[in-house]
Design a protein around this ligand. Structure first.
Ligand SMILES: *Cc1c(COP(=O)(O)O)cnc(C)c1O
Length: 422
């Protein structure tokens, strides 16, 4: 490495091989190489469900369940009553039904798989009608029109970008139609002169025409978030009550569990999905299943999910609590003489393709250093152990306190010390 640096002209002379500083730099290199590639980072972005940072943090109960099931044998597909082969789905389906009011449910690898399986099993070679305003692309090039095509179904678009009515669906339904598909415009909003049909109206159309009403909900919430100022996210049980036959949602967005795709709704449709040949290829593994079951149980009485599930805790956290954490971090960084540090107003977001327009009031610690640009400081903190990922605003580095936990603070101080310290 030194030779490369000298040849490229980046370095002019050899270091003092006997110095403490050289030994320390070698030790740092060795430590860096021994770190796992996939590792924990501190999320100081203020985005609670950050898709690039692993989405939902799991509850301790979910982690314990993964540890127990992963470290031993389990009744994953074994019925302890009969002593015969059992179903892996049995561990969560009745919990999902209890929490959503669905007749039946099945879980697969993620919500994208849930949409694909639902369409393959019900609409292959037949038409799926979707509003032009809801032909979404979510991250990772998951585009609804492409997924419909890959499922073997034929997309029939109706309405306009901003306005679609139930009558547009009605006129498009023919003998070839299998599914009316609604999707949650989870990462954008069309505002102004808009209209989307009511679920109840689509449900009665589906019933009359013997087609299936499905909804790709993306980030499914099981509880009412309106008390926290978040009013745009529909609750799964309300969607089923409105007459939707099958609803699909993620396990690791607002639900706050592991990666999973949950499909809930009519029992006859769920059993068609269960017997589809590709169901096996999309199935959820035992660790995720263990974590999902434990997370779902935290929604059951007498638990308060807002106290127990990290995603919900982070969004329900009072601004006073966020403020107090930001003050503590500001004081500790200032006390250690680690740059020009001040408290700033900020806005946190739910993320994960949920509630794109609704910010959560938050506080951030804003840092600038006389020795670094904000970009250089951000890069140095990403290289720390553990890495810290924050925001840059007006050439200052910002740490949003809503997504930082109190336990992260010593590691943040240590990282700043190693980067900005004497
Ligand atoms: C996030 C999302 C998905 C995909 O969910 P994954 O669990 O990431 O596969 C599908 N549809 C919508 C509307 C989404 O928001």
């Amino acid at each position: 490495s030194l030779r490369v640096d000298i040849q490229s002209g980046e370095r002019k002379s050899l270091p003092d091989f006997k110095s403490e500083a050289f030994a320390a730099s070698l030790a740092r290199l060795i430590r860096a190489r021994r770190q796992p590639n996939l590792r924990n980072v501190i999320n100081a972005t203020g985005i609670i469900i950050h898709t690039n940072l692993g989405r939902a943090r799991l509850a301790p109960e979910a982690l314990a369940a993964m540890q127990a099931v992963g470290g031993g044998y389990s009744n994953l597909e074994f019925d302890l009553d009969s002593g015969k082969r059992g179903s892996r789905y049995a561990h969560v389906d009745s919990l999902i039904c209890d929490l959503t009011g669905a007749e039946a449910a099945i879980v697969v690898n993620n919500c994208a798989a849930a949409v694909l399986l639902s369409l393959m099993a019900t609409a292959q070679g037949r038409k799926v009608i979707v509003s032009r305003g809801e032909l979404i692309e979510i991250g990772g090039a998951f585009r609804l029109p492409d997924v419909i095509q890959q499922s073997g179904a034929i997309l029939k678009e109706v309405g306009a970008t901003n306005k679609t009515r139930a009558s547009d669906f009605e006129q498009a339904i023919d003998d070839e139609t299998a599914v009316l598909l609604k999707s949650h415009t989870s990462n954008f909003r069309i505002i102004g002169f808009t209209h989307a049909p009511r679920r109840e109206d689509l449900a009665s159309l589906a019933c009359k025409s013997n087609t299936i009403l499905m909804e790709d909900l993306g980030s499914g919430v099981l509880v009412d978030l309106s008390g926290y100022g978040l009013t745009d996210e529909p609750i799964v049980s309300d969607i089923l009550k409105a007459g939707v036959d099958l609803v699909m949602f993620s396990g690791d967005k607002l639900l706050g569990g592991p990666q999973a795709g949950i499909i809930a709704g009519r029992a006859d449709l769920v059993s068609r999905l269960k017997s589809h040949p590709l169901c096996r290829a999309l199935r959820l593994d035992k660790l995720s299943l263990a974590a999902l079951e434990a997370t779902l149980r935290l929604y059951q009485e007498p638990n308060d999910p807002f106290q127990r599930i990290p995603v919900l805790q982070a969004l329900a956290q009072s601004v006073e609590a966020v403020h107090a954490r930001a003050v503590r971090l500001t004081n500790e960084l200032t006390g250690a003489g680690l740059g020009d540090v001040m408290l700033a107003q900020s806005t946190a977001y739910v993320g994960g393709g949920a509630l794109p327009q609704q910010g959560l009031e938050s506080r951030a610690v804003s840092v600038s250093s006389p020795y670094f640009t904000a970009d250089a400081l951000a890069a140095a903190l990403r290289a720390a152990v553990p890495p810290i990922v924050g925001l840059i605003r007006d050439d200052r580095f910002l740490l949003d306190a809503r997504t930082i936990s109190d336990e992260d603070i010593p590691a943040i101080i240590e990282a700043f010390r190693s980067v900005c310290g004497p």
